[in-house]
Write a protein that binds this ligand. Sequence first.
Ligand SMILES: Nc1ncnc2c1ncn2[C@@H]1O[C@H](COP(=O)(O)OP(=O)(O)OP(=O)(O)O)[C@@H](O)[C@H]1O
Ligand SMILES: CC(=O)N[C@H]1[C@@H]2OC[C@@H](O2)[C@@H](O)[C@@H]1O[C@H](C)C(=O)O
Length: 373
Amino acid sequence: MRVVGLMSGTSMDGIDAAVIDTDGEEVQWLGAALTLPYDAPTRALLVEAMEDARGINARTDRPGVLREAEIRITDLHAQAVHQLLDQLRLAASDIDLVGFHGQTVFHRPDARLTVQIGLGQRLADSLGVPVMADFRAADVAAGGQGAPLVPVFHRALVRRLALPHPVAVLNVGGVANVTVIDGDAPPVACDTGPGNALIDDFLFARTNVPFDADGRTAARGTVDEARIAEVLAHPFFRQPPPKSLDRNDFRLFVGERMGLAGMGLEDGAATLTALTAETVAALVPLLARPPVSWIVAGGGARNPTMLAMLAARLGAQVGVGVRTADAVGWSADALEAHAFGYLAARALKGLPLTFPTTTGAPAPMTGGVLFRP
Ligand SMILES: Nc1ncnc2c1ncn2[C@@H]1O[C@H](COP(=O)(O)OP(=O)(O)OP(=O)(O)O)[C@@H](O)[C@H]1O
Ligand SMILES: CC(=O)N[C@H]1[C@@H]2OC[C@@H](O2)[C@@H](O)[C@@H]1O[C@H](C)C(=O)O
């Protein structure tokens, strides 16, 4: 199958779209990708939607601006697919399926509720292509965490690499998540803690700049280890996988524990960047065996300060024990979009997406809802 995968992540910076050829088991081709950035008004609408989402009690509730945001992002996803197809000189009829993650606005697996906005039927009708959407619902309804979903895709990709195991694939998006592959054992996965979201929020509040480009601000600061230790005292970091987070789960806790308000710009950025690295390192003692190969994807892979801090705290070196997804022939930016193309193909075939070791689902489970044009 030739599938377009679509991801609008917790960073709310835009839509990643990527082509993948797969039979739902093996990956035949990791194809071209692009990002359609959200403009400032759309970003603001999504921020407002996330606030309004706190009033959600049922999956179908759309209080406040949520309905408007849902329509807006659905139509932008259609635009992203068209841009990608134009770039590849392909027609919609060349695509078998679209994997549409949508935008998470609410994630409370303990309350068996996770909501990704995005109208599958509207997208299918607009593109004239079948759309697989709502990937997290079935897992959460069955008592799983509903996240992370990418581990089964990481497993398919890691199988093709000649790296020593255990291999850990780390995605540093708004939230950070990791998949550990150790030979033929089922993948072990979880969210590790904040990724870039807290750094983004801090930079934006102080400077109106949406993120710390190339980690330059953090590179000039001094890390306050005592404040990191304060945050690491949270029980989440001692809880073994599986476990998952909402984008804002640590915002208040970190703000208070770190006394962020009283920190300078550079030191705050440095300490938040080190916090992400340290929370990844904190997972290692909870694993059966420490990973010996780390592959870093997501926007964090573009932040050299983050990579250096990760390597230092994992006792490795950038380029040896810690590599970027690009360095192993994947796309650090498009990995999640590729993943949702792969997951869509698996869902169409009824293959499992989640496992007891990745989301805590009671058994391997398929998922997704198919919308035909
Ligand atoms: N050049 C760069 N330097 C530093 N940070 C960067 C750079 N490029 C991207 N980022 C960071 O990566 C973030 C986007 O990452 P990514 O696209 O992986 O997140 P996402 O997919 O939205 O999140 P998630 O995986 O949690 O759903 C940006 O918000 C920014 O913080
Ligand atoms: C609920 C939700 O949308 N979670 C996202 C988020 O962003 C990163 C991390 O937290 C991960 O668990 C998940 O996304 C990836 C794509 C996943 O499900 O694998």
